[in-house]
Design a protein around this ligand. Sequence first.
Ligand SMILES: Nc1ccn([C@@H]2O[C@H](COP(=O)(O)O)[C@@H](O)[C@H]2O)c(=O)n1
Ligand SMILES: O=P(O)(O)OC[C@H](O)CO
Length: 321
Amino acid sequence: MVLSSSGLTTTQPLFSFGLISDVQYADIPDGRSFLGVPRYYRHSILVLQRAVKEWNTHQKHKFVINFGDIVDGFCPKDQSLGAVQKVVDEFEMFRGGPVYHMIGNHCLYNLPRSKLLPLLKIQSLDGRAYYDFSPVPEYRFVVLDGYDISAIGWPQDHPKSLEAMKILREKNPNENKNSPTGMEGLERRFLMFNGGIGREQMEWLDGVLLEATKKKQKVVVCCHLPLDAGAASEKGLLWNYDEVMNLIHRYNCVKVCLAGHYHKGGYSIDSHGIHHRIIEAALECPLDTNAFGHIDAYHDRLSLVGTDRMKSTDMHFYPTS
Ligand SMILES: Nc1ccn([C@@H]2O[C@H](COP(=O)(O)O)[C@@H](O)[C@H]2O)c(=O)n1
Ligand SMILES: O=P(O)(O)OC[C@H](O)CO
């Protein structure tokens, strides 16, 4: 406890970290999403630069998490490598500690996993992009690879690609597998720009949650793709979000799930009291506006302090016995 200037006692966070999502940088003129939402491809890297400057000014953040989609799919392919490197270099200007990246669909439109993962410093076996880390003994972060089963990013004849195409053929009747036309409700998540968690990753997640439970750690799950329909459009959900959440709900250790992809951002608390916070996209910030923030982590809550378009959210943990 410390005494604030107002004389009231306040509790210091255990640690803090910076966060940003969907930078989707490209050296191309402004454009729009399929549904007409403006996208500012060149301005987004300025948002990132301002974020890093702010995080460095604070001098208290232990690390940064980037929620994926570092470069946009419209980036000319002969510029992909340079563009990803350029954005990574901006992140590297953060002086407080490591930057944890995750992959999104737009990353995979630009580069194969074999090139992408070393650039993003994701230690990988066989192209896997899931990992965990524990910044303090009380907390563990799990970073999921939402494009583990995906029709993008793996060679076309790779078993994971074939499995993804089978799912899309069964679930999505459209020739354009990015189109949800004629699909109803939650079924609308079966789009090519989404993906799923494979069996091995599920088993790995189970093991991490078991270990975290034994260590009495609070877990924050991070994934480019949202895991709760209350916080995002069903068109943006992880294909097997339901299986992943059923597994998570078997434990009491997961307190918060953070994601990107759904550019508008969102927030919900699910049936088990887990907070789902979808991070607003840097790409959709008009000139001189921002969408980045930091999270202060306490024993009993995460407090997201957002800038401009990123809303602030206090996430108090549901009491568990
Ligand atoms: N209702 C929709 C939405 C999207 N698509 C296809 O997905 C691509 C990516 O969409 P963005 O929102 O990221 O622009 C888009 O180019 C369309 O091919 C769709 O078919 N129907
Ligand atoms: O990642 P994008 O740019 O294809 O956009 C995905 C949608 O916003 C998901 O809701």
